[in-house]
Design a protein around this ligand. Structure first.
Ligand code: IP8
Length: 252
């Protein structure tokens, strides 16, 4: 089977997080063009940004089960997903939407089961599965939020991709004003207090949540890159195997 690459693009790149459901179409189109140059073997995951986070908070989805909140939050992220899928198609790729609400079940906010077979078959046929942060059924809480970062680490554990790259709106993990070339678990004590929450409404933990997720993945032997997807050319470079941004790796 083709080597797999997993790319995540954060909601802060694709949307204006301060304004409800405002997509940055130019950014979506630019990234779609960079992805199209890479070709097949790719799984794309995107964050929700101002599609999803604002609804999830409004309905208190982290704390209580709310049927309308499940529907409205899902519908909102699906609207962004459709824009991403359509831009990829126009750029010449063969994307297909994959919605975690219909394919994953959580327990206490963590993925317990997720359909992987359709995703594997899609990649084998040269399609690009496009997943997104979503609301999902939770066996303990009724419903919960599954972030794009958690989806990336779940997919990467199962599929052992050659590249895992997470595009954000910053240059990587920044400590004392400089981008760290790599981060290991031991570094957390030193840099922990500087790791910010994300700007705008974010129910899944910003940079801190992202690093926690990626360090767990690194412990299982899968390294990942956090890089700036808002800078033109960086998505392509990350997918081409360049070491851009910050590498999250396991301890020695
Ligand atoms: O933007 C969150 O996904 P993320 C999904 O990847 C929802 O953290 C529905 C808020």
């Amino acid at each position: 089977m083709t080597e797999i690459k997993i790319l995540k693009i954060g909601g802060s790149v694709l949307t204006d997080k301060a304004r409800l459901e405002s997509a940055r179409m130019k950014e979506i189109e630019r990234i779609a063009a960079e992805v199209a140059e890479i070709g097949s073997g790719l799984i794309l995951v995107h964050g929700a940004g101002s599609f999803g986070h604002i609804h999830a908070e409004e309905y208190g989805l982290g704390e209580r089960f709310d049927p309308e909140g499940v529907l409205e939050t899902h519908r909102s992220v699906v609207r962004l997903n459709e824009m991403v899928v359509e831009s990829l198609r126009i750029a010449g790729s063969s994307p297909v939407p994959v919605h975690p609400l219909s394919s994953a079940v959580l327990r206490e906010g963590r993925i317990e089961t997720m359909e992987m077979e359709p995703i594997v078959e899609m990649v084998k046929r040269g399609l690009i599965p496009v997943l997104h942060g979503d609301v999902a059924m939770d066996r303990a809480r009724g419903a919960g939020i599954v972030s794009g970062d958690q989806l990336v680490s779940h997919l990467a554990r199962a599929l052992r991709p050659e590249i895992v790259a997470l595009g954000t709106a910053v240059d990587g993990v920044i400590f004392e004003g400089r981008v760290l070339a790599q981060v290991r678990r031991d570094d957390l004590v030193r840099i922990g207090s500087e790791l910010g929450a994300s700007s705008g409404v974010d129910v899944t933990g910003g940079m801190r949540g992202k690093i926690a997720e990626l360090l767990d993945l690194a412990d299982e032997g899968v390294r990942s890159l956090i890089f700036n997807a808002s800078k033109p050319g960086m998505v392509w470079r990350a997918l081409a195997g360049e070491r851009v941004g910050t590498l999250v790796e396991g301890g020695l």
